[in-house]
Design a binder for this molecule. Sequence first.
Ligand SMILES: [Zn+2]
Length: 84
Amino acid sequence: MGQEGRDWNWTSGSGESVRIGYVNPNGQRCCGHRGIRGTDHGQYAYKVECIKCGYVYGANGTDMHERQCPQCGGGAPGIPNWKT
Ligand SMILES: [Zn+2]
């Protein structure tokens, strides 16, 4: 099992901004979810990767289209449970 979930199966969400491979205007790429709930009601915890600095974190599907990188973009910290 990969430390950052690279060996796991990832699923696209329903909608343009939560598809695997989607990159939002802030350079944050959606890597899909594993069926784990996020911190927002009815949302999945998505794996997100920053294409600018490579930082990997978790985000709710509702935030995906406007997410900023927690490390280089001044965004909110990622949610912690995306890979548990
Ligand atoms: Zn970044």
